[in-house]
Design a protein around this ligand. Structure first.
Ligand SMILES: NC(=O)c1ccc[n+]([C@@H]2O[C@H](COP(=O)([O-])OP(=O)(O)OC[C@H]3O[C@@H](n4cnc5c(N)ncnc54)[C@H](O)[C@@H]3O)[C@@H](O)[C@H]2O)c1
Length: 383
């Protein structure tokens, strides 16, 4: 018999859907898990819309005040799928109420907030994770395995890009539903916290600590009408950010993100160059890992494109037969599966709040370096 784990989810937008889908699928594809998520309640301010969402996805109940949800005795875990400026208060209240927490990324608006969240979950001793889901795309997990097996040897370079093009129009307003990412008071930062945070999490996971950064940011459209006030207001987010960094292992990093790269919708790409081999991955072709091994016989040496669909490859034995690919949504199913497995084993599932704080510290250092024009050290002494 599986044990129920009652989920209370806050926010029903893009991530609300991705997570609900994951909770519904996980027990079917990972039947060995001891725990089974139960969609107990969804919370959003508009009751009618929340109820429609609950009906579609099978939530048992609806709340319109997240504080009430957090206090409910029948909820085991709080899932935070709201804009970034709400993560801190919800997580602290949930930890105080003794709830497990699955929080969307970035952990917080900045490292100071993030540190308080880490302290709260660690003091309460509640299981916690942050949805840096790209770690759990099988091709990316395979990259981790290849690095850990030593196939790349010493790593020299890590480069990553996350490119989009959806904010180029000057007529696009900032703030409110769907456009909160352009409002610095809701998002904390622009592409740095929204997109580069993913690249930084993957980079730290694959290649270790980032120790110092130098960066450039730009806000191309300086003023936009605010949806909530109706007034034209200053834009406070970074539209584009590029940064260089040093890793603790001696390798160099190069990162770029923008929402002004015409033609790119969600081009998340990374490449790692080692002494013996290189690997590369692209979200637009997410089930493939590119691999070059200099130790191959020279007459057949070259980049190979590995179609990650075999049962021997990460997570794939849970899905179809070799040759059949899975997609974006499955990374969320894997994150839930690993979180539930962690509850049984007692081994925390990364990225924990503490892991995500390290990413937050890099984001803070990147934004600080853009202001100062200097190299900045990473870390608030907490990670
Ligand atoms: N892991 C990923 O790849 C990924 C992708 C997209 C977004 N995110 C993160 O997920 C979070 C949500 O992003 P999204 O794209 O789903 O946003 P969204 O705008 O689609 O949804 C946000 C939801 O929060 C709700 N909300 C806002 N204020 C609320 C309140 N006071 N009480 C209850 N609900 C409230 C809104 O009604 C909406 O349902 C953000 O932190 C974002 O950075 C992560």
């Amino acid at each position: 018999m599986t044990k129920p784990l009652n989920i209370g989810m806050i926010g029903y937008g893009f991530m609300g859907k991705a997570h609900s889908n994951a909770y519904r699928k996980v027990s079917h594809f990972f039947p060995e898990l001891e725990y089974r998520p139960v969609l107990k309640a969804v919370c959003a301010r508009n009751e009618e819309k929340a109820r429609a969402f609950a009906d579609t996805w099978g939530y048992e109940s609806v709340e319109t005040d997240w504080r009430k949800l957090v206090e409910r005795d029948d909820i085991d875990a709080i899932d935070i799928c709201t804009p970034n400026n709400m993560h801190h208060d919800i997580a602290i209240a949930a930890a105080k109420a003794g709830k497990m927490i699955l929080c969307e990324k970035p952990l917080a608006m900045n490292a100071a907030e993030g540190k308080e969240m880490v302290d709260a979950v660690e003091k309460a001793g509640v299981a916690n994770t942050v949805w840096y889901n790209y770690r759990r795309i099988p091709a990316v997990t395979l990259a981790k395995q290849l690095i850990e097996e030593g196939r790349l040897g010493r790593i020299f370079h890590f480069r990553a890009q996350f490119l989009q093009d959806w904010t180029i129009s000057a007529d696009l307003p900032q703030g409110g539903a769907a456009l909160w990412r352009l409002d610095v008071n809701a998002a904390g930062s622009g592409v740095t916290g929204d997109l580069l945070a993913h690249c930084i999490d993957t980079a730290i996971w694959l290649n270790g600590k980032i120790t110092s950064v130098a960066s450039l940011t730009e806000t191309f459209i300086k003023e936009r009408k605010h949806t909530l006030t109706g007034k034209v207001e200053k834009v406070g987010i970074d539209d584009a950010c590029t940064f260089m960094c040093r890793f603790e292992n001696g390798s160099l990093g190069n990162f770029e993100s923008t929402r002004y790269a015409r033609g790119h919708k969600a081009k998340y790409f990374f490449e790692i160059n080692g002494e013996h081999a290189s690997i590369a991955w692209d979200l637009h072709d997410l089930h493939r890992l590119q691999y070059f091994d200099h130790r191959d016989d020279s007459i057949v040496r070259g980049w190979r494109s590995i179609h990650v669909s075999d049962g021997d490859q990460p997570y794939m034995k849970h899905w179809w037969v070799p040759g059949l690919a899975i997609g974006y949504e499955h990374s969320f199913v894997h994150q839930v599966a690993d979180f539930l497995a962690g509850l049984s084993s007692g081994k925390p599932t990364g990225p924990t709040f503490r892991d995500a704080l390290e990413t937050q510290c890099v984001c803070d250092a990147v934004l600080k370096a853009a202001q100062s024009g200097q190299w900045e050290k990473v870390g608030c002494g907490c990670c």
